[in-house]
Design a protein around this ligand. Structure first.
Ligand code: HEM
Length: 329
């Protein structure tokens, strides 16, 4: 019963946001009726082989929305004259799951050519990724079009893992998201993995006075040091990865309990305990997973509508890309 009430609240919230943004739930019903089903099948197929696909796609969607909005600019390949977003510093070797979107797009082009945007495919796939890892399901308002520009230099809009509360809050505000929404979204760090290089400064060279970050739980720090040992000259193997937490395949609220135990992996996670407001919210989510689920879904629906291209009059150029890897000729 509680779950149904929560679900209703979430769907209701979703529909309030939709009108404001010109996107529609069921956008493809009359245009390409199996669009969402095909994306879901591709996510499921890939997940059966590698469950890391789910966190990979969720993160990819976040990174796409923070650079030029949700326009699938992250999916575009670099060319000799242009280093694309996917090869920018926060993406480079750490993003995964591209082939799931490319495969879904190939099937959709065969089924209904030129109809389903890469941006919508990515948004559906992020939703399916949350659902497949035991999280909530929600209806995704659709009708996004794809952008024609992708620049690695613009990935500076993606907040860094060493950012403190004011840095990361500012990055979310810049995209129209509140600090509360940011805290809810950070719960995504309950699934997946991280490369050691994304946080090794906290273990070995934190500051001139502390080699190890004093806000990091000591036992957790020594575990991480074992998983991410220093090589010659203090180097860290760029291929080494650790799991985000003890249940990295489950979309549960354990992230918030971890942060309260000083087991947040990044500075940007642990920083949630540094203000009374974000600490209270972290405690609330750690104690009540349903509230977090509702807030997470509402924030995802909002994030996935950042600066969308809908082909409205006066809008900058957009298209339905026929291959997600490159802009149409
Ligand atoms: C302050 C904001 C954020 C920062 C600084 C941040 C940073 C990071 C970093 C450094 C990694 C590890 C990448 C690697 O080394 O492999 C990561 C992973 C991840 N992030 Fe975030 N993130 C933020 C917000 C978000 C949001 C809003 C979402 C989604 C709603 C998200 C979803 C994920 C997921 C699912 C992973 C695991 C990826 C995988 O397993 O491949 N993150 N994040």
């Amino acid at each position: 019963m509680v779950l149904y009430t929560a679900l209703f609240l979430v769907l209701n919230l979703g529909s309030q946001l939709i009108g404001a943004q010109h996107l529609q739930v069921g956008f493809y019903n009359n245009k390409c009726k199996d669009a969402e089903l095909i994306v879901k099948e591709e996510v499921e197929k890939a997940f059966a082989k590698d469950n890391g696909i789910a966190p990979g796609l969720l993160r990819m969607h976040f990174h796409d929305t923070f650079v030029r909005g949700c326009d699938a600019s992250i999916l575009i390949d670099s060319t000799p004259g242009n280093l694309a977003e996917k090869d920018g510093p926060p993406n480079g070797i750490t993003l995964r799951g591209f082939e799931v979107i490319y495969n879904a797009k190939a099937r959709l082009e065969a089924e209904c050519e030129g109809v389903v945007s890469c941006a919508d495919i990515l948004s559906f796939a992020a939703r399916d990724s949350v659902h497949i890892t035991g999280g909530m399901f929600w209806e995704v308002p659709a009708g996004r079009r794809d952008g024609r520009i992708s620049r690695a230099s613009e990935t500076v809009d993606i907040p860094p893992p060493f950012g403190n509360l004011s840095v990361i809050t500012q990055a979310f505000r810049k995209k129209g998201l509140t600090q509360d929404e940011m805290v809810a979204l950070l719960g995504a760090h309950t699934i997946g993995r991280s490369h050691c290089t994304s946080f090794s400064n906290r273990l070995y060279n934190f500051s001139p006075t502390n080699s190890q970050d004093p806000t990091l739980n000591r036992f957790y720090a020594s575990q991480l040091k074992q998983e991410c040992p220093q090589g010659p000259g203090g180097s860290i193997d760029p291929n080494l990865v650790v799991e985000m937490n003890l249940s990295p395949a489950l979309m549960d609220p354990s992230y918030f309990a971890d942060v309260l135990k000083c087991r947040g992996l990044f500075t940007s996670d642990q920083t949630l305990t540094t203000s009374p407001q974000t600490k209270n919210q972290t405690e609330e989510y750690a104690g009540n997973g349903l509230i977090w689920q509702q807030d997470f879904v509402a924030a995802m629906i909002k994030m996935s509508q950042i600066e969308v291209l809908t082909g409205a009059p006066g809008e900058r150029r957009s298209e339905i890309r026929s291959n997600c890897r490159r802009i149409n000729p």
